[in-house]
Design a protein around this ligand. Structure first.
Ligand code: GLY
Ligand code: MN
Length: 369
């Protein structure tokens, strides 16, 4: 995509002769490959993309994705697709396409060391530099096509979020609920989940990155569900917390506090504000509550081609929000051994505030057990 390639080059001084994005084997794919080459379908293992300062792009593909690559190139006059049938042939493709003594920018952040050594071994006179920061900066602000996809990913997540209370039945396991959430997202048009769905019951709900297992839902358990959809490679990320069966006055107040913390963060969001202000707005609310110290992570992160797309908001994030960034806002309070509450929504940053992308109702749902 010419405009995206130009955005990356624009941020580099001096400009390298070329940028190279190299995919290894799943899951070691460079998501930035899909930033410069906009194709919704295909794994593209072993593929590479060479972007030039005029915005043109050369993509190598195996036969596995040839059709998908050619379809994508049809819609983009700046893309040339090269069939490189065997991994072994990629080295000679690089040698043919890149200037022998040139300066080449690489995205170290998503390049495997093995691929780097292979690339460097094939072009011993080239000079290599890390352009990861410029790539991340360009990816931070979403263009209209990206926003459209994130909006749809968020819509899918929101619809399924509304349906969760109806799925909460005595005896359902965390894994069963997680798979039902993922199934419903795909039924609504998602290509898959944007990360491994988190469903935690009871004390597990106090573990922010818990992996669902065989625990069965019983009355008196708290529930945290954190999930997201991929739509045309773009992610959403949403969390809702519930209570099954008899209420727990403490967790009810915890939920009210997390809701208030999230509202405080929302009020801080607008272009130009350092990320830490969004985090600290939530932290101040929680620090003023009986659960000071139980908010144990940053308040949010950017979403895009990856669910954690390169920008995070913690208590020391000086980098400001920019119009067009898509971010999560997800304060939480975790009481080890008892349960936790997290509420997470996705928003698009605007000059004066934000636009909400996820719409699932947030109030604490106490589902009869
Ligand atoms: N959705 C999981 C996380 O943001 O860490
Ligand atoms: Mn998140």
């Amino acid at each position: 995509m010419k405009d995206r390639i130009l955005r990356i080059f624009h941020d580099l001084a001096p400009q390298p002769d070329a940028l190279v994005f190299v995919n290894s084997i799943e899951p070691h794919l460079d998501q930035s490959f899909f930033y410069v080459f906009d194709t919704a379908s295909g794994l593209f293992e072993g593929s590479a993309a060479i972007a030039l300062p005029d915005g043109s792009l050369h993509v190598s593909t195996s036969q596995l994705e040839e059709e998908s690559a050619l379809q994508a190139a049809k819609h983009d006059p700046h893309v040339d697709v090269h069939l490189v049938k065997k991994m072994d042939d990629r080295k000679s493709w690089f040698a043919k396409m890149l200037p022998a003594g040139g300066t080449i920018g690489l995205n170290f952040h998503e390049l495997t060391h093995e691929d780097y050594l292979s690339l460097a071994g094939g072009l011993p006179k080239a000079t290599w530099s890390d352009v990861g920061a410029a790539v991340r900066k360009a990816r931070r602000v979403k263009d209209a096509r990206e926003v459209e996809r994130i909006r749809e990913a968020a819509r899918i997540g929101s619809v399924v979020g509304e349906e969760i209370p109806s799925m909460l039945k005595r005896g359902i396991t965390e894994s069963e609920l997680a798979s039902e959430i993922e199934y419903r997202m795909m039924r609504l048009g998602a290509s898959g989940r944007s990360f491994a769905t988190i469903v935690g019951f009871g004390a597990h709900s106090a573990e922010p990155h818990y992996s669902p297992a065989s625990t069965k839902l019983e009355p008196g358990m708290s529930i945290v569900c954190d999930f997201g959809a991929f739509y045309h490679r773009y992610a959403s990320d949403i969390t809702r917390s519930f209570r099954f069966g008899p209420t727990d006055p403490e967790l009810k107040r915890v939920h009210e506090t997390v809701e208030a913390a999230q509202q405080a963060s929302f009020a801080a969001i607008r272009a130009g504000v350092p990320g830490k202000e969004v985090h600290l707005a939530a932290q101040r609310v929680i620090d003023a509550s009986p659960w000071k110290g139980r908010f144990t992570h940053g308040v949010g992160h950017s979403i895009g081609l990856a669910v954690h797309d390169g920008y995070g908001m913690g208590d020391s994030t000086e980098d400001p929000l920019e119009t067009g960034m898509a971010i999560t806002v997800e304060p939480g309070i975790y009481l080890p051994g008892k349960g936790g509450v997290r509420i997470e929504d996705d928003v698009l940053v605007t000059a004066n505030g934000f636009e909400a992308l996820t719409t699932t109702r947030r109030s604490y749902l106490e589902v009869p057990g």
